[in-house]
Design a binder for this molecule. Sequence first.
Ligand SMILES: Nc1nc2c(ncn2[C@@H]2O[C@H](COP(=O)(O)OP(=O)(O)OP(=O)(O)O)[C@@H](O)[C@H]2O)c(=O)[nH]1
Ligand SMILES: [Mg+2]
Length: 584
Amino acid sequence: MWVVATAGHVDHGKSTLVRALTGMEPDRWAEERRRGMTIDLGFAWTALPSGGTVAFVDVPGHERFVPNMLAGVGPVPAALVVVAADEGWMPQSAEHLAALHALGVAYGLLAVTRADLADPGPATARALTEIAATSLGAVEAVPVSGVTGAGLPELRAALDRLAVRLPAPDVDGPVRLWVDRSFTIRGSGTVVTGTLGGGRLRVGDELELAGTGETVRVRGLQSLGVPTPEVSAVARVAVNLRGTPRERLARGDALLSPGRFHRTDLVDVRVAGDPAADLPAALTLHVGSAAVPVRVRPLGPDTARLRLARPLPLLIGDRALLRDPGRHHVAGGVTLLDVAPPPLARRGAAAARAIVLAGLDGRPDLAGELRRRRLVRAADLTRMGVPVHARPVAGDWLADPGHWERTGARLAEEVARHAREHPLEPGIPVETLRQRLALPDRALVEALVRPPLRVRGGRVTASTVDALPEPVARAVQRIRAEFGDRPFRAPEANRLADLGLGPREIGAAVRAGALLRLADNVVLLPDVLDEAVRVLAGLPQPFTLSAARQALDTTRRVAVPLLELLDRRGATRRLPDDARIVVG
Ligand SMILES: Nc1nc2c(ncn2[C@@H]2O[C@H](COP(=O)(O)OP(=O)(O)OP(=O)(O)O)[C@@H](O)[C@H]2O)c(=O)[nH]1
Ligand SMILES: [Mg+2]
């Protein structure tokens, strides 16, 4: 199936033509039929000679209902432009065409209706000229009469030729179904309809409401009036939602694949049409089936920042249009360049931003996004519409290669600086580094740590034996000289103090492997443990604390923590009666 929207001035025969092609009534409301005028969107469909199905979104032509027209054409990539042979090119012919052009609609046909009332030649010539100057380009023109049926077979054939040119939908992509109608069916609850442009819907699927972010479940699906368990794009669909009050959903809302879209109320755009500087500060943004008031802040000659009155699920590259509702004027077609733009707080930020935007074209560009954002979560980029095919540097984080390289170098500098300024600390805390490098996640700090640096105990240290500050190294030398021949005698607390070895200095020496700490203020030279085990193994087993103390020629102050350390290391084992044996 594919979907085409009508376009054209009031009373030019759009609905009559849809009715003649499909045998269905596009004017759903009694008021529309009474007044002979379309007010809101209508839907009808028919089989084509090729066997394919075309569904029409029939729009109103009256100038008052242009917002309804825009909600219908917003999600539809093909248009059937209708001009009456007897009336020719009229204001809403022009306004509708301007809207199609602003939205970048590139596929279309011209039907010159009421050809039984006047020579279709002049209207055709004028319309083709107007259309050729837009995104639709050169289109086929077919004169028809919805009343006599003349030209309808030719129009069907032309529709078939148009269908084969339409780009294939991304049926594996995420769903963003812009709601164009919502209503209640007794016994079933809320139903919304829309044009499914990409992805696939199944009964039982969970979806996200763009407006509130809440999760809803698909209770039932219909396409072209027939219940179905699954629908693939492109299709007209009606979605019955379980347990969702009708008030939660209206035209302009959207049903989304959960977690796949970024809802934003701030976007940077390129504007085609009026120069950005001439745009009124307050306009309405039409995108999908939504119409949202926006504040416009021009940035460059053809770029602007839009602040939306409510967030929408927008992607880089989305097409939209700005309209001045008071003036019946399509102020400009809009291409979304950035859906998560940076704040413009600093002086000169707006000018700098204009330069960045001048280089963007709305085509998602992974390398460019990484260069500008430096660090970004893969899921966040996907949600902006940027396909991700790069390896994360940590977790879900992607990094610009140059920035990552530079940050790694800065990290090494910070570690070295911290070691110089705090020689007695065991490295720099990961969290401190995270803040200094302005990284959003500690995992990034750890990913940047490369040998000879390493992470130990929540800090980053140089993995080579930590260089000992000069005074500490000298104090350790003195201990070696004084205790080398009495290896199990430990310097007394006041001797340590004399040597300038307080808790921090001892800590640094222990980390550097220059001292072995048994308890507070009880230190030995580091290489004495093997000798202790050798001496103890020479005692009759099991042995007592007192026997060990005498054999090691030391005091209780050392012997108690030394034996406990050997116990912990499994070199000795303590028996129930407090005696010990050497193990192995
Ligand atoms: N003779 C003749 N009359 C037509 C033809 N097409 C439409 N009409 C008449 O023109 C009038 C308007 O037709 P509609 O189909 O309602 O026009 P529309 O474009 O849908 O109008 P809006 O939806 O209000 O914009 C109706 O009275 C139709 O009967 C045609 O091909 N030949
Ligand atoms: Mg109509």
